[in-house]
Every structure is written in structure tokens, then in C-alpha cells.
Design a protein around this ligand. Structure first.
Ligand code: PHE
Length: 334
């Protein structure tokens, strides 16, 4: 009987020391303490049951359990001090001051092109133009033919096209302008039409401080009975006042685009220099007839502007290539 008690005390010691070695954190150590040394733990339970052993075994059993209690307590204390030492090594207590206020993570913001576009669209929305968006990958007929730019027209050379699929029946390209949205809109609805349409355009051309091969445009179109050139000018003057302030000078000059007649370019005064920010004009009757509008009844104006160009003027940005270079030193200024 006495031998049995001794044997099971040794087993208990081995089990206790093994699980103590496995306890790595303060909370695991505490669990271990409750299980073995706690008031309802393994050792206390066994010590309490010593009284029910035969009298001749009690002394021996009690003594060995008490020795075990002393040695497990010592092993536990050692383990506690080792753990807190190693925890202190991985996170030195002076590594940070937990009373300091937290640091804010880096939040992203809107891209300056996007900010500029929203501002411009807001101005036209206030004047009753509705925002619509269309495909960047476009059909040749929308980008050129229906805008009165047939295949042999020299205006196609001005817009060096990036082709997606030139061999299929409906030739597919990356749109070189947002003007195809004039056609798509008029095909879908009857006059009156008042829309603005923002989006990316692409041209296969060399880049410099004022030219990118990828850029945004905002197209505008108004078609109704009795729309005249003075509506075009009034609308674009109001746009310029809202974006650049009442003091900035703007200039209208004759220009040529196949889908308008007459056509104009609109420039803004930039430190004594005229900088072109958009093309515009009265919608060509051929374009109206092409979508089934009666050109003897309806007239309209259209414009197309570059928001990056406008942001450059407004914020004195010297190189258009900043917009798509993804440099945070530039982007974080907005
Ligand atoms: N789409 C023309 C361009 O990219 C601009 C324009 C739009 C001109 C509408 C007139 C009317 O150059």
C-alpha cells in the first residue's frame, strides 16, 4: 500500500513537471497552479485523502506528498520568474508609453484628377446637365465614323489610336476622346439632351509636359429646339467663372473638329499666356441626322475638356505626367 502511494506520487510529480514545462505564458502558468497547487488542486485533494489510508501508511504518504508540494512550489516560482523575464525580453517595458495618444493610420484620399472632375461635373450638374458614363474600350464607328470622321479623314491622324482588335468586322479601340458618348446618348434618347460624360481616353503619342498617352476628358452635350452659339458661350463662361473665379480671362477662337460646325477652342489666361482647355462647337447637322434627329428642328452644342489640364492651371502644376506617375510626394498634396 505504502509503495503504491509512493509510486503514484512519483507519477504525479512527472506529470506536473511536464505540464509546467509546457506552460509558456502567465495565464497558462496560473492554470497550472490552480490544477496542481490550488485549494481544490491535485495535491490538496490527495493530502485530504491521506486520513482515509490505513494508519501505518499515513505518515509515509503524508510526508512524500508534502515534499512534493514543496518541490512543485519551488519549480512553479522558478517558471514564473523565467517567463516574466523572457516576456520582458521580447517586449521591453519601456518600448512604448501606453499613455500616449494613438497614431492615426495613413488614410488614402481622392486622386487630384478625380477631385477636379467631381468639381467640374458639379458645376454642370448645377446647370441641369446629367452625368453619364460609357465604355473605355469602344467601337470604331462610335469613336470616329458617327462623329463625321470617315476612315480616310485626315482628322484621324491627329488622334493616334491604340487598337484592341482591328481585324474583326466591328473594329475595337481604346477611345481617343469621350465624344462617342454624344452618339451613344442620342441613340438612346430623344431631345432635349443635357449630359456631361467623364472618363479615361488614350492616344498613342509621345509624352511631354502637357501631353500624356492616358488622360481624362469630360464631354458635354446639349441638344434641344432653338439652342444657339450664345448658349454655348454663356454656359462655358459660367463654367470658367465657377472653376477659375470671376477674374480669370477666357478666350474663344475658331477651331476645327469634324463633328461640330462652327467649332471653337477655349483657352484660359495662364500668367499672360493662353492655354487651351477644351474644344467645343455647334453639333454638326450630319451627326444629328446620323442618330435620327431632325436637324431642321433641333440644334445643339458640344464640348470636350481635359480635367488634368484644368487642374494644372488651377493649381499651378507644371507637368501633366505627375498625374499618372503614382508618386505620393505629388498625390499627398491634394
Ligand atoms: N473630342 C475633341 C477632342 O478630343 C474635343 C471636342 C469635343 C471638340 C466636343 C468639340 C466638341 O479633341
Amino acid at each position: 500500500m505504502a509503495e503504491n502511494a509512493t509510486a503514484s506520487t512519483q507519477e504525479l510529480e512527472r506529470a506536473a513537471l511536464d505540464s509546467l514545462a509546457a506552460a509558456k505564458s502567465e495565464s497558462q502558468l496560473e492554470e497550472w497552479r490552480v490544477a496542481y497547487l490550488g485549494r481544490r488542486g491535485e495535491l490538496s485533494t490527495r493530502l485530504r485523502s491521506v486520513g482515509s489510508l490505513p494508519p501505518e501508511d499515513r505518515r509515509e504518504a503524508g510526508a512524500s506528498l508534502n515534499r512534493l508540494k514543496i518541490s512543485l512550489t519551488a519549480a512553479f516560482d522558478q517558471a514564473v520568474s523565467d517567463t516574466s523575464k523572457s516576456e520582458r525580453q521580447t517586449v521591453p517595458s519601456d518600448a512604448f508609453d501606453i499613455t500616449l495618444p494613438g497614431r492615426r493610420g495613413n488614410l488614402g484620399g481622392l486622386h487630384p484628377s478625380e477631385m477636379m472632375m467631381r468639381e467640374i461635373l458639379g458645376v454642370f450638374n448645377d446647370m441641369g446637365f446629367q452625368t453619364v458614363e460609357g465604355p473605355i474600350v469602344e467601337l470604331e464607328i462610335y469613336n470616329f465614323d458617327m462623329l463625321n470622321i470617315p476612315a480616310d479623314h485626315p482628322a484621324r491622324d491627329l488622334q493616334d489610336t491604340l487598337w484592341v482588335d482591328r481585324s474583326s468586322k466591328d473594329k475595337i479601340l481604346l477611345r481617343t476622346q469621350t465624344s462617342p458618348m454624344q452618339i451613344r446618348t442620342m441613340e438612346k434618347q430623344k431631345p432635349p439632351v443635357r449630359i456631361v460624360s467623364p472618363g479615361l481616353c488614350f492616344r498613342h503619342e509621345a509624352t511631354d509636359a502637357t501631353h500624356e498617352w492616358q488622360f481624362h476628358q469630360i464631354e458635354g452635350l446639349a441638344v434641344d429646339e432653338g439652342i444657339t452659339m450664345s448658349d454655348l458661350k454663356g454656359t462655358l463662361y459660367e463654367f470658367a467663372r465657377r472653376i477659375f473665379g470671376t477674374q480669370r480671362k477666357i478666350r474663344f477662337r475658331c477651331d476645327y473638329f469634324p463633328f461640330v460646325e462652327p467649332g471653337v477652342d477655349v483657352s484660359v489666361d495662364w500668367n499672360g499666356r493662353w492655354v487651351e482647355i477644351m474644344g467645343a462647337g455647334m453639333v454638326h447637322p450630319k451627326v444629328l441626322e446620323g442618330v435620327g434627329y431632325d436637324s431642321s428642328k433641333y440644334t445643339g452644342f458640344a464640348f470636350g475638356m481635359g480635367p488634368e489640364r484644368i487642374a494644372m492651371l488651377k493649381y499651378d502644376i507644371e507637368d501633366i505626367r505627375h498625374f499618372f506617375s503614382n508618386d505620393l510626394r505629388f498625390l499627398s498634396q491634394f
